[in-house]
Structures are given as structure tokens and as C-alpha cells.
Design a binder for this molecule. Structure first.
Ligand code: DGL
Length: 277
């Protein structure tokens, strides 16, 4: 059998670097599988883009991942999960790849958020696109209808992180501003979802502007656990994932630039290849 037939990595997609915070946890939880990461850095950030654009870009990247052998793709991007996932699952997959699957990061997070709050008031920090889509409100309502959910869009955070400015003083102004805005909506919030896969990079700064009783949840470990359970529930998909323990990285922008920043997100050296769209 040639590589094409045997190499069936799990695809992990993000607009840029953020999904690496999820990939890192998935690989830690299940190192046996092959993984293929794709960052659409050339067109990031997605957070302020329209539904149509996010859908179009995401679908294009998912098709590339399918062409590269992936049978299962995780949209490790809340913006893409909020704006493109449902249409891809319901409209595109039946036509282009009925046996392949695309999963997002919002559902695994909303399934467990109720376990982290005493007050019943939870917060969501995300991109403008994720917040305006209302996806978190809709999904949390399904699992925990009694919870009160408050959202805050943080449009400057992804650009600060993508441009490696997040450790500088200027970043603190915007981090404090949005954390304060969220807590002013409801001071009893005691659990906050980092509803953007870039935000774990600034979790310490976010926490520094919050009371110590507030739980701040990064999605990486939650999504990793959710994926493990998914593969246990779907053995027909699990057998389709090849198990040589490799991790490959692709970016739609310059690999040299990607590798430097990606190493910070992934926590280990990254060597990527360019993917031409
Ligand atoms: N990591 C993406 C998310 O989780 C960032 C979106 C963007 O590119 O603005 O939403």
C-alpha cells in the first residue's frame, strides 16, 4: 500500500496559531495517532470576518485536509466552529465526503461548563465573530438551560497574540479592558470560557484581572478529552485514523515565520511546510 492509503492523520485546523494550543493537548492525550495541523495564517485573523468569508475559507482548508488524507478534521477555532461548522456538516459533507467527519470546539466546552459554576453565572470571552454568532448562548442553553451566560468580544486579542505583542505592556490595556467589561456585566460570574483557542497564551494576564475564585477554562484539555470519547464511541472512525505517532504542520503563509511563533503555542519545536491555497 502506498502512503496515500495508509496515512490518515487527524486534521486540526485553525485560522492561525491558536489551534496549536488544542493540538498540543490532543497529542498529549493520544500520542499514538498521526496529526496534520493547518494554520491559515495568510488570511488570519478570522474573528472580524463575515459568515460567508469564514465559511468559504474554512471549507477550502477542510477540503485540503481531506485531500491530504484526513478522514476526521477538528476545527480548533471557535470562529470557524461558530460560523462554518454546521453548514459544512449539514450541507457540504453529504455531497463531498459522506464518510468523513468535521468536529468543532464549542460543543465539548459547553457540555461541561455547568460543572464549574456555583453562582450559575458564566462568562465567555471570544472574537467578535464568535460572540455575535450567539453559538455559545445556543449551545449552553441545550445542556444547562438554567445558566446565565454573559459574553465579551475581544477584537484586539488575536492580533496582539498573532503579532507576538501579547507580553508587552500595551497588551495589558486591552486585556484588562475586556475582562473588566465582562465582570461589570455580572460580578457573580465564577467560571469563564476562553472561547478562542489563541487566548490560553494570555491566561495568566487574564487571571490577574479577575477575583481568585473565578475559574478560567482553556479548551485544549477539554477538546482532547472530548475527542478521545468521540473515538471510543465511533470505532468506525477510530480505525480510519492511522497510528504512527507523527505530527506535521502546514501554514498558508511563510513557514519560517510560522515556525518561530508556533513553537511558543505548541511548546515544542515546530517545522512547517507551506500549503498553497
Ligand atoms: N483561534 C481562533 C478562535 O478560536 C481565532 C480566530 C481569529 O482568527 O480571529 O476563534
Amino acid at each position: 500500500m502506498n502512503k496515500q492509503n495508509t496515512y490518515k492523520p487527524i486534521g486540526v485546523f485553525d485560522s492561525g496559531f491558536g489551534g496549536l494550543t488544542v493540538l498540543k493537548e490532543i497529542v498529549k492525550e493520544m500520542p499514538q495517532y498521526d496529526y496534520l495541523y493547518l494554520g491559515d495564517n495568510a488570511r488570519a485573523p478570522y474573528g472580524s470576518r463575515s459568515f460567508e468569508t469564514v465559511y468559504e475559507y474554512t471549507l477550502e482548508c477542510v477540503k485540503h485536509l481531506f485531500d491530504m488524507g484526513c478522514e476526521l478534521v477538528i476545527l480548533a477555532c471557535n470562529t470557524a466552529s461558530a460560523k462554518a461548522l454546521r453548514t459544512i456538516q449539514q450541507k457540504d459533507l453529504p455531497l463531498i465526503a459522506p464518510n468523513k467527519r468535521v468536529l468543532g470546539v464549542i460543543r465539548p466546552t459547553t457540555e461541561i461548563i455547568g460543572n464549574y459554576t456555583q453562582s450559575g453565572c458564566v462568562g465567555v470571552l471570544g472574537t467578535a465573530g464568535t460572540v455575535s454568532s450567539g453559538s455559545y448562548l445556543v449551545e449552553i442553553e441545550k445542556f444547562f438551560p438554567d445558566l446565565k451566560v454573559y459574553q465579551e468580544a475581544c477584537p484586539m486579542w488575536v492580533p496582539l497574540i498573532e503579532n507576538n505583542e501579547y507580553q508587552n505592556e500595551g497588551a495589558d490595556f486591552f486585556i484588562k479592558k475586556h475582562v473588566t467589561n465582562l465582570m461589570q456585566q455580572q460580578p457573580n460570574i465564577d467560571a469563564i470560557i476562553l472561547g478562542c483557542t489563541h487566548y490560553p497564551l494570555i491566561i495568566d494576564k487574564i487571571k490577574s484581572y479577575l477575583p481568585s475564585n473565578v475559574e478560567v477554562l482553556s479548551q485544549g484539555p477539554i477538546v482532547a478529552k472530548g475527542l478521545k470519547e468521540y473515538l471510543q464511541r465511533h470505532p468506525e472512525m477510530e480505525v480510519n485514523c492511522s497510528k504512527s505517532g507523527t505530527v506535521s504542520f502546514y501554514t498558508t503563509d511563510l513557514p519560517e515565520t510560522f515556525d518561530k511563533a508556533a513553537t511558543l503555542f505548541y511548546g515544542a519545536p515546530v517545522t512547517s511546510k507551506h500549503l498553497a491555497l
